[in-house]
Design a protein around this ligand. Structure first.
Ligand code: HEC
Ligand code: HEC
Length: 213
């Protein structure tokens, strides 16, 4: 009697184990075939990878030409000094007689090759992303500047996402118009949607910055 009982329990256990295994296997198969359009990443390594993508845009010519360490804006992909000796001026808006808005309008002027956007002016020196000799600052240094609210107009993570998503001067970089010679200006290395998504991933991971100088 007792023996029969034990035997039954073993059979039941065996059935239970097979069912659980089968469920686990089908679940893994389903997960494997599912496409993840938006990974829910909240850990540091993925945050750092996302930052590296953000950094590739910040230090591309369309952005860094306004985020200079110099007394003047820069132009084109070789980031040469702005023509006509345009200088930064006290508020990044040039000087009387040669201010940015006397040439730069609200929109690109493709017939003359002057790019345009709302309130066109240079980013403050606290937001410079290159060193005094021109090369872009390291990823760690740019990350420190962008996350330092004493340097970035007090923007926290969500405000940075919004800035990257909506600020007209940021959007201009993906619609930069034609140069005076008629050629199109080149675009940043990511699409705008990819850039905003990378910023969001980085912010959701707690805005990690790489180590080092
Ligand atoms: C005399 C007219 C004039 C003034 C003043 C002027 N710009 Fe420009 N700017 C231009 C023209 C023309 C171009 C296009 C040059 C080219 O693409 O070769 C240009 C291009 C630029 C670009 C390059 C965009 C790119 O990514 O290649 C930036 C940045 C810029 N100006 C910033 C400024 C700022 C900031 C000021 C004020 C401090 C200013 N400019 C004042 C005429 C002017
Ligand atoms: C025409 C010049 C110009 C261009 C081009 C430009 N910026 Fe800026 N950026 C500014 C100015 C000016 C500020 C400072 C905010 C202000 O005074 O409105 C700024 C500030 C910022 C800030 C700091 C937040 C803040 O409000 O201070 C970030 C982040 C930023 N820019 C990102 C970008 C990115 C990304 C690009 C390229 C896709 C870019 N910028 C291109 C002029 C520019």
């Amino acid at each position: 009697m007792l023996l029969k009982h034990k035997f039954l329990i073993r059979i039941l256990l065996l059935i239970l184990v097979s069912i659980v295994t089968w469920m686990a296997l089908t679940a893994t198969a389903a997960l494997g075939s599912r496409e993840y359009s938006k990974p829910n990443i909240t850990n540091r390594p993925d945050g750092l990878a996302a930052w590296q993508r953000v950094y590739s845009v910040l230090t591309s010519p369309r952005c860094i030409n306004c985020h200079t360490a110099t007394n003047y804006p820069q132009q084109a992909d070789d980031r040469h000094r702005h023509f006509a000796n345009v200088i930064r001026g006290p508020e990044g808006k040039g000087v009387a007689g040669l201010n940015c808005l006397s040439c730069h309008q609200q929109a690109n002027a493709d017939s003359t090759g002057v790019p345009g956007g709302h309130n066109w002016h240079l980013a403050p020196l606290s937001m410079r992303w290159q060193d005094a000799n021109d090369p872009p600052l390291s990823s760690a240094a740019v990350c420190r500047a962008v996350t330092n609210r004493a340097k970035n107009n007090g923007l926290d993570g969500p405000a940075l996402v919004k800035h990257h998503d909506e600020e007209p001067l940021v959007l201009w970089a993906w619609n930069p118009g034609r140069r005076p010679d008629g050629s199109m200006r080149t675009l940043p290395p990511l699409s705008h949607a990819e850039f905003v998504a990378a910023t969001r991933t980085w912010v959701e991971a707690g805005m990690p910055c790489p180590q080092g100088r």
